[in-house]
Design a protein around this ligand. Structure first.
Ligand SMILES: C[S@@+](CC[C@H](N)C(=O)[O-])C[C@H]1O[C@@H](n2cnc3c(N)ncnc32)[C@H](O)[C@@H]1O
Length: 349
């Protein structure tokens, strides 16, 4: 994600998507087995925290519900993300935001800079896990996608390679959580998803980005090889893909996890709704470009073997091109992200 708080400032879409998980989180909390030995803290883990702004709501709900059930037990909230995450913004946000969950007494926030595709927390330590809009990020790009930067446009063997990488990453994520969760603990995942036909709902927007990049390639501003290796390393899973490891005898089931509920939701385009209210096409183009840039620029431009000033200037030109496309026709770039809402529990060992 883009640093210096940029992700937090431009993550309205993720914020809206994460909110869909709140009723699922509340059901998870209601069904939790809460250990109440005073000396043993209750551990809440947040997987894929980014700058923290969108975590404050769900963490406040979790902390409040746990405090109501265990008045004197310390609560530890561990925000996790990859080592290059904008942890400074995360710490500032948790410490100083008026919406922080730290108003509840006896709560201790910590952070871990490790990939959620491996075990991060000690065995049998986590009472509640939460992950919003994060597990669609793959651990690696399995193969470049010719003629596009976004995996939902991949076809044939390339598509199969992304689907296989996604399956193996999802298994790894679940196996790590199965070790970390205590008996009777719960994990809520709000996952970037796709409808049954594989569509995440952002095709028009991601195509605008790809067209801008191809224009830069065709004009010679970036080379064909640079373009080929520009990929957004994500895969939005269908509900069938999310559920597969929970079949009888499959990896998550063998590891002791149960899928208690799963559903698909569509997140209405908050930026387009604002444009339809106020008619401000420039405002729409600015907001959507900033949102897109915050989650795509690092994967597309940071690996270019060029001086930082050149990378920044190239990125500036490409996102200006995208902005022009959005400004010309806001409605054609409507984005209705799909999210999977999953409630998972840890069976007794
Ligand atoms: C779109 S942001 C979502 C952040 C936040 N949960 C929200 O709801 O807005 C996705 C986050 O997942 C993180 N992420 C991606 N791959 C990860 C991995 N393998 N391990 C941990 N975090 C990861 C990214 O660094 C990013 O901060």
């Amino acid at each position: 994600m883009e640093g210096k708080g940029a992700y937090d400032r431009h993550s309205l879409a993720q914020h809206s998507a994460g909110r869909f998980g709140i009723p699922v989180l509340e059901r998870a909390l209601a069904g939790l087995v809460v250990p109440t030995e005073r000396r043993s803290p209750l551990l809440v883990a947040d997987f894929g925290a980014a700058g923290g702004r969108n975590e404050l709501g769900p963490m406040s709900i979790a902390v409040g519900a746990l405090r109501a059930r265990a008045a004197d037990t310390p609560i530890v909230v561990v925000h996790t993300d990859i080592p290059t995450n904008d942890f400074s913004t995360l710490f500032e946000t948790v410490e100083h935001s008026p919406d922080t969950y730290l108003h509840t007494p006896g709560v201790y926030p910590l952070a871990a800079g490790r990939s959620f595709y491996e075990q991060i927390l000690p065995p049998e330590s986590v009472t509640l896990g939460w992950s919003a809009i994060a597990v669609h990020w793959l651990s690696r790009v399995p193969t470049p996608i010719p003629e596009h930067v976004y995996s939902s446009f991949a076809t044939g063997d390339v598509r199969a390679a992304f689907s296989a990488q996604s399956a193996s990453d999802w298994d790894a994520f679940l196996r790590a959580r199965a070790v970390e969760l205590r008996d009777g603990a719960a994990l809520v995942v709000v996952g970037g998803a796709a409808s049954d036909d594989g569509a995440p709902g952002a095709e028009a927007l991601m195509d605008a980005l790809d067209r801008a990049l191809r224009r830069a390639r065709d004009a010679g501003a970036i080379t064909a090889d640079e373009y080929l290796h520009m990929n957004v390393p994500t895969w939005n899973r269908t509900l069938a893909e999310f559920s597969a490891p929970f079949a009888s005898g499959a990896a998550a089931t063998r590891a002791g996890l149960r899928l208690e509920e799963h559903s698909l939701a569509e997140v209405p385009d908050a930026y387009l709704a604002a444009f339809r209210e106020d008619g401000d096409a420039a405002g729409f183009a600015d907001s959507v470009t900033a949102f897109l840039r915050a989650f795509t620029e690092p994967s597309l431009f940071e690996s270019l073997d060029r001086p930082p000033s050149e990378r920044a200037s190239l990125a500036g030109d490409v996102y200006a091109d995208v902005r022009g496309r959005l400004l010309a026709d806001p409605a054609a770039h409507e984005t209705v992200w799909r999210v999977a809402l999953l409630r998972i529990t840890r069976s007794p060992r």
